[in-house]
Design a protein around this ligand. Structure first.
Ligand SMILES: C[S@@+](CC[C@H](N)C(=O)[O-])C[C@H]1O[C@@H](n2cnc3c(N)ncnc32)[C@H](O)[C@@H]1O
Length: 425
């Protein structure tokens, strides 16, 4: 690829030296942001700064790829209205729990009922059928399944839906801890046999510690909400075609996936087993990675469809190394372009979209996602306002991947990210 050409564009990026966007060392898990992990979470400090720079209280904010709901939590805290959309049912569940304030007194009351019930069921050696899920015995030891069933049954006796969901989220964290899943992985990979033999998790204690960790986080969130805050609207939907009214959005803050889910961050795989244990529907959980942007590579490359020179250059460079990867690349950007068009339609005139993106590699070719987004955006009608470059100090990302899927081969992926700001003029 013509790297000189790409570097010319790169010089348009403002680095974060004049204004610190790194937020190195900052606590990114305060309040409900810390309730549960989610891959490639946006850090709340960035969202907060963008909200202050580009919106006013009571404005309507949309995060089209809302994931765990970082934009929604920050919008509530700064008195903005907000809408979140995502096609991962687990992301929707998580965003709803994180944005539903509950009084700590009520949580503590329910906690003692749930714990009593759970210990009683355990004493009576009650057995409950686990929810339907593929290969359950491959991922969970049989005694672990029994204990998870007991907790789930104890939680189901809570009649208040928001409180029940809060405890289900604590169960979800427990599921991650006690399964044979390798921890800190984005895809579902089982731990090594030797490790499995000695892996004897205490399921009930894990659940208790998550509940005790999460109640103060929820209490902090409730205490810090403004007196009159706006409850976000959270919709499980593909953001390329939404019911959001045209020209109704005052600001978009979002971070799209870095590429198709299967070869970058597999959001569906990450959330599959926790999602099934808390009762989300198997079919929609299992198909997340296929339905996410670029998930079903089907279109043949058409140079006239997107009209981005940088996209064309990158496509040709990847194609020299792998036709299949080039097709994946094209399909991802084709679909991202559809999301950008929906953002353009829904934004009010003169409002901005802030799009946080990482530049990954495919077949060892660096993909200048930020530059491609600028070109695609300009073709749709946006004006490029600025791009802020920042280092990523803490984000949970696959720092290294094996692009050709050869064991032992790895390449750097993302160490910096860019905040691309497009204005609808
Ligand atoms: C980088 S993550 C967003 C993380 C989020 N900013 C946060 O702080 O948690 C990207 C999200 O896009 C979602 N996604 C992918 N394709 C989508 C589509 N077509 N419509 C809606 N959401 C989609 C994925 O499920 C994932 O949750």
């Amino acid at each position: 690829m013509d790297q000189t050409r790409i570097s010319d564009y790169d010089s348009e990026i403002e680095d974060s030296k004049s204004e610190d966007w790194t937020f190195s060392g900052a606590d990114t898990k305060y309040f409900t942001h810390g309730l549960h992990p989610y891959p490639a979470r946006m850090i709340p400090q960035i969202v907060n700064r963008l909200l202050n720079l580009y919106s006013n209280p009571t404005d309507l904010i949309w995060d089209p790829f809302c994931g765990s709901g970082s934009t929604l939590v920050e919008s509530m805290l700064s008195k903005r209205q907000s809408i979140g959309t995502d096609l991962n049912p687990f992301a929707i569940f998580l965003s709803r729990v994180k944005t539903r304030p509950i009084s700590p007194t009520k949580l503590k009351e329910s906690k003692s009922n749930v714990f009593d019930r759970m210990h009683q069921l355990k004493k009576e050696q009650k057995r409950f059928d686990p929810p339907k899920m593929p290969n359950i015995d491959y991922w969970f030891a049989s005694d672990v399944q029994l204990d998870l069933g007991i907790i789930r049954h104890a939680i189901d006796s809570i009649s208040n839906e928001s409180i029940r969901n809060f405890f289900l989220l604590c169960l979800s964290s427990t599921v991650r801890d006690v399964s044979y899943l390798k921890k800190r992985e984005f895809k579902i990979v089982r731990m090594k046999k030797e490790k499995m033999k000695v892996f004897k998790p205490d399921v009930l204690s894990s659940f208790i510690s998550h509940v005790d960790r999460c109640i103060p986080l929820m209490a902090g969130f409730k205490r810090n909400l403004p007196e009159s805050y706006f409850q976000p609207e959270i919709i499980e939907i593909d953001n390329r075609d939404t019911p959001i009214e045209s020209e109704s959005i005052d600001l978009i803050i979002t971070s799209p996936p870095y590429g198709d889910h299967s070869t970058t961050v597999a959001y569906g795989q990450f959330s599959r087993y926790p999602a099934l244990w808390i009762g989300l529907e198997l079919e929609s959980v299992k198909t997340v990675d296929k339905r996410g942007l670029g998930g079903r590579a089907k279109r043949e490359y058409d140079q006239n469809a997107l009209e981005s020179d940088i996209l064309d250059l990158t496509f040709s460079a990847i194609r020299k190394r792998s036709k299949k990867r080039a097709r994946d690349f094209y399909n991802f950007f084709f679909e991202l372009n559809q999301s950008l068009m929906e953002m353009f339609r829904t934004l009010r005139e003169n409002s901005v979209a802030c799009i946080v993106v990482g530049n990954r590699s495919m077949s060892r070719i660096r993909i200048p996602t930020n530059l491609i987004i600028v070109e695609l955006g300009e073709r749709i009608g946006f004006t490029h306002e600025r791009t802020i470059g920042r280092d990523i100090p803490t984000k949970r990302m696959p720092w290294q991947n094996a692009p050709e899927n050869i064991e032992g081969v790895s390449a750097d992926t993302m160490h910096t990210e860019n905040i691309v700001i497009l204005r609808k003029t």
